[in-house]
Design a protein around this ligand. Structure first.
Ligand SMILES: [Ca+2]
Ligand SMILES: [Ca+2]
Ligand SMILES: [Ca+2]
Ligand SMILES: [Ca+2]
Length: 187
């Protein structure tokens, strides 16, 4: 019995030594792993709805579009910012540099159960989508909130009509109107 106990103790001691040796080995010979340098983002235009309620900042996976020739965008003005510009009234980008949230213009009130009319200005051909937080719960993922799905736009002005859900909560609505090069259904 004592022999068995001795063996067990010896084995345990050996295991500990091996662990020490391996640790030393890795401390002495482990390669230095270079941290990748973050690639600087080209000049980009971000959103400005409140964050963290909605995803606006890069850290929240906020949407942005690169500024440059051949890129799609809504509106006439555009300016770059290094990150999203969250603001309680979604005015962060409007009051920072150019007032460049000028691509979507509602020409009617948003009344539950009625059709709202809006004018959008597109820089080029593209697929317009819109998410509107109709129940004002801080999410665009609720049923019926993907209000425009791949509406094909030509360059210039386009009238858009949206049927507002009867159960929409009145007041201020936060929305996102991204324009894509290709249909989301082809992604
Ligand atoms: Ca901007
Ligand atoms: Ca804005
Ligand atoms: Ca701006
Ligand atoms: Ca919602």
């Amino acid at each position: 019995m004592r022999k068995v106990l001795d063996c067990a103790l010896n084995f345990k001691g050996c295991a500990c030594q091996l662990i020490v040796i391996f640790s030393l080995f890795f401390m002495l010979f482990s390669p230095v792993i270079a941290q990748p340098t973050p690639t600087p983002l080209p000049p980009a235009d971000f959103g400005d709805v409140p964050d963290p309620t909605y995803p606006t900042l890069l850290a929240s996976n906020g949407a942005y579009h690169i500024i440059g020739s051949g890129t799609v965008r809504l509106g006439s003005n555009v300016d770059a910012e290094p990150d999203g510009q969250p603001h309680p009234l979604a005015l962060g980008d409007d009051i920072n540099g150019l007032s460049d949230d000028d691509g979507v213009h509602f020409t009617t009130f948003i009344v539950p159960g009625e059709t709202a009319t809006l004018l959008v200005i597109s820089s080029t051909y593209g697929y317009l989508n819109a998410w509107i937080d109709f129940n004002n719960n801080g999410s665009w993922a609720d049923s019926g909130e993907h209000a425009i799905q791949d509406s094909y736009l030509f360059p210039g002005l386009t009238w858009i009509y949206i049927t507002i859900p009867a159960n929409a909560i009145g007041g201020t609505y936060f929305y996102s109107f991204p324009l894509y090069h290709i249909s989301r259904f082809e992604l």
